[in-house]
Ligand binder design. Structure first.
Ligand SMILES: [Zn+2]
Length: 305
């Protein structure tokens, strides 16, 4: 189904930060995430029983809006998946709805035909930036370059993706190498600074005053204290979602969110009614509002953090 305005002013940015522990956030300096949470919500997400606490299945669930029983990604090798039937939102929006979409990041299975990927099969624009080594330092540099690329794309009005996904992987890599200590905490704070740059790029758009942006920040799973995940401990099963934008009332969603809700909310934010044949498992964080005249105060601004 088509939206009232195919090239309308709604825009969505999803920032995926891999492996960030919810329990540590209160101790960390993350003003930009706090800004999103303050303008909307930050809520715990339980990785459900059917889903391994691994990046592949969790990101597939987040970006497709269906669970592992449908998308068929059960590990970090994505082979045997059914992503052709249950595509990620950047691919579906580009193919079915002719929307400009964008996906950027540095983890191969999400972006390349490697390890059974890609998850992002055919967004309108795709930027894969390879880390030069499998080390925390190389991943920080990778995330820097991913952020710079996304700043460039998001800040322009000509490419103008209506739905974007930006992946930041350094914090997860750091936890795997060094555990959830000081280096990990600094890496999560660096990811927050990168989130801040992305939000600033959005706010700096020439057309920003006429647009209504939804921002979703999401992590896929947690980590045990020594670094690592894949098991069923509470630390590993605990993920989170923060979001703000039209239809999201500051103070919290009405029910605990699930990873499948991210893609469902992306569609709702763009005022697209999902085809029942998509069999989405998720629901928008809140019911999408009816299109209404822009109030005198104008669109809800993206938080300055
Ligand atoms: Zn992960």
């Amino acid at each position: 189904m088509s939206a009232p305005w195919p090239c309308g002013p709604r825009r969505v940015l999803v920032v995926g930060v891999d492996g960030v522990r919810l329990d540590l956030l209160p101790e960390l300096h993350t003003p930009h995430l706090d800004g999103v949470a303050g303008a909307g919500f930050l809520a715990r997400v339980e990785v459900d029983e059917a889903t391994p606490t691994m990046s592949g299945p969790c990101w597939a669930t987040i970006t497709t809006g269906v669970g592992v029983a449908k998308h068929g990604v059960f590990g970090n090798h994505l082979g045997g998946n059914r992503l052709d039937v249950f595509p990620d939102f950047t691919t579906r929006l580009a193919a079915v709805h002719r929307r400009r979409t964008f996906a950027a990041g540095g983890w191969e299975p999400l972006f390349l035909a490697r390890s059974g990927g890609p998850l992002f099969a055919a967004p309108g624009r795709l930027s894969y930036i390879a880390p030069l080594a499998d080390t925390p330092e190389a991943w920080e540099e990778c995330d820097e370059r991913v952020t710079a690329e996304a700043e460039y794309v998001l800040g322009r009005s000509d490419d103008d993706p209506q739905a974007s996904f930006v992946y930041l992987g350094a914090a997860d890599e750091t936890a795997h190498f060094l555990g959830c200590g000081e280096e990990y905490r600094r890496s999560v704070e660096a990811a927050d600074r990168r989130l801040g740059r992305l939000l600033a790029a959005v706010r700096g758009r020439a057309s920003y005053p006429d647009e209504e942006w939804t921002v979703i920040v999401v992590t896929d799973h947690g980590h045990v204290p020594a670094g690592g995940h894949g098991g069923r401990s509470e630390l590993e099963r605990t993920a989170w979602i923060a979001a703000c934008g039209p239809g999201i009332v500051p103070g919290g969603p009405v029910r605990p969110p699930h990873h499948t809700d991210v893609a469902a909310h992306v569609y709702a934010a763009l005022e697209i009614v999902p085809d029942p044949h998509w069999t989405l498992d998720g629901r928008p964080f809140t019911a999408a509002p009816e299109p209404a005249p822009v109030p005198a105060s104008g669109p809800v601004p993206v938080p300055a953090g």
